[in-house]
Design a protein around this ligand. Structure first.
Ligand code: DON
Length: 530
């Protein structure tokens, strides 16, 4: 999609249109981003949320850039071993049910962004979401399939009444109204932060916790604060990019991998054995550091400067054997698949850019739906190392740095990113969903543009690869490697694992006279602009 002035690309067609309309009526990219965020709570509740958290990278048209961390925090009553049973084994309580829920940050984050950089009132940017929740909207087959897929978990909780009113999931074509959610959104519109973190919505949330053995208290909600941070700034072959610092690992890990790849004088031909090998080895090394060395910087020391330095990348490069895969020390098992996060990219006519990734973690989060307030709660606690050394639901084997502690932020892989061209002009707004594959997928689309001069549409469609150190396998999209290349990679010691699709990315790129927006061709979504 081409647009001259403003553009939104998200996983929800309705939400993209909401954002585009906000800009058409004079709002800036931040106003639009916040409106999209609230709208997606209504139209994409698997990941769009007020019961989860996220990260935002903003680059203003004056060149100023800033990152906003509205990641969930562990409740004050959380403890290191809360997900282990009496014999020290991991339970699934970090994934399903009330104990999996981190203190939600989305509402505070969106309000903070709007207050600092928006031009419209909270009431005006929430209004479209309230209307969608109140009047309802017609669901499509993708939405219905998503509900069916997660019915085993969701029907155990209160959301059953809304999404499975007669037993099976709502069918495509059904009109979905969410009056309880509309009421909650109205509370926020009228009372700002207190509309969510205090008063009747907070009461409903805490009551829901108490019904199901959760531990979030009113004090946890009152204490929640989003944090303004300095973006990670990396460079790659003359281009530069701004991305998310901890509590996300996204910016550091992407920078580390790109720095290693930059040490090769010329990028290997796209699709070749060496292309796959270099990506795998660079990502593997970056993830070894990620999983051991990054955590919430308020709790643990993060060697951010070292990990993102070019000198360190040269040292890592010297450990890469051009002919063999270097095995990762084995510790590990396979990852669980079903998941949901969502990324949206926004630019306005002035050139303000906003990259937002937000999530409940798993599809519909913990499955817990707040009775009376109408929204799902995250299962972000599983992003901690519930038992350091054991894999989480993404198969990530993480260390002590990311152990559970009261009020700590769990480490994320979300990578909302803004790319600048060599002259410092805004080039791309990008990010994705898919747990650890966010880092590898997002950076590959950027590489496809910079190294292989692809159009954004080609860069998005091109086959993707993923390596996260453990499990020690190179995941590839079926059909994405030629047989000869796959055989060569196996002979070099790579454990190949085929999958249907990697990463769900929504991106915008500057082109002559305006913007091009491309939603993930492997998933649902839409670009909207004017
Ligand atoms: O913050 C993280 O890294 C994860 N909670 C993201 C989860 C995710 O992307 C699931 N996606 N489809």
């Amino acid at each position: 999609m081409f647009a001259k002035h403003g553009m939104v690309v998200s996983n929800s067609e309705i939400a993209s249109r909401v954002g585009s309309d906000i800009m058409r009526h004079g709002g800036n990219a931040i106003d639009a981003a916040v409106a999209v965020g609230f709208a997606m709570t209504v139209t994409y509740p698997a990941a769009g949320n007020i019961g989860g958290g996220g990260f935002m990278v903003i680059r203003r048209s004056n060149g100023e850039s800033v990152a906003l961390d509205y990641r969930e925090t562990a409740p004050a009553a959380a403890s290191r071993n809360m997900y282990l049973d009496a014999s020290g084994q991991l339970t699934n309580k970090s994934i399903v049910g009330h104990l999996a829920v981190g203190v939600p940050g989305s509402v505070a984050g969106m309000i903070a962004a709007l207050e600092k950089y928006g031009t419209m009132s909270l009431n005006d940017v929430i209004a479209p979401a309230i209307e969608l929740a109140e009047r309802g909207w017609v669901i499509d087959s993708a939405f219905s399939r998503g509900l069916s897929g997660d019915s085993a978990v969701l029907t155990r909780f209160e959301g059953r009444r809304v999404f499975y009113p007669n037993g099976p999931a709502l069918a495509a074509g059904a009109r979905l109204a969410q009056p309880e959610l509309a009421w909650t959104l109205r509370q926020i519109a009228e009372r700002d932060l207190a509309g969510f973190y205090e008063g009747p919505v907070a009461d409903s949330l805490v009551a829901e916790m108490q019904r199901g053995g959760g531990i979030i208290t009113r004090e946890d909600l009152r204490a929640y604060t989003p944090i303004w941070r300095t973006p990670i700034r990396g460079t790659y072959r003359g281009y530069s990019f701004l991305s998310m610092p901890p509590a996300s690992s996204g910016g550091i890990t992407m920078t580390e991998a790109l720095n290693v790849l930059e040490t090769y004088e010329r990028p290997a031909p796209f699709g070749s054995t060496l292309w796959a090998h270099h990506l795998a080895e660079a990502y593997q090394r970056a993830f070894i550091d990620r999983n051991a060395k990054i955590g919430d910087a308020a709790f643990v020391a993060v060697p951010q400067d070292t990990l993102t330095s070019k000198a360190y990348a040269r040292a890592l490069r010297s450990t890469i054997d051009e002919r063999r895969h270097t095995p990762t020390p084995q510790l590990n098992m396979a990852a669980r698949d079903a998941m949901h996060t969502t990324h949206y990219s926004v630019v306005d006519g002035q050139g303000n850019a906003v990259a937002v990734t937000t999530t409940l973690n798993g599809g519909f989060g913990s499955g817990v739906w707040v009775r009376g307030a109408g929204f799902f709660l995250n299962n972000e606690m599983d992003d901690f190392a519930a038992r350091p050394g054991s894999p989480n639901m993404f198969g990530l084997v993480q260390g002590e740095q990311n152990a559970v502690a009261p009020r700590k932020r769990m480490l994320s892989a979300m990578t909302p990113t803004v790319v600048l061209d060599p002259s410092g002009q805004l080039l791309m707004v990008i990010g994705g969903a898919g747990g650890p594959t966010i880092i590898t997928g997002t950076s590959q689309v950027v590489l496809n543009v910079i190294d292989y001069h692809m159009s954004l549409a080609d860069a998005m469609r091109a086959p993707r690869l993923h390596h996260q150190s453990l499990p020690d396998s190179l995941t590839w999209e079926r059909g994405g490697l030629t047989d000869a290349v796959a055989d060569s990679l196996r002979a070099m010691g790579h454990g190949l694992r085929a999958t249907r699709a990697l990463v769900n990315i929504n991106a915008i790129m500057r082109v002559r006279g305006g913007w091009e927006g491309v939603h993930e061709p492997r998933s649902r979504g839409s670009a909207a602009g004017y």
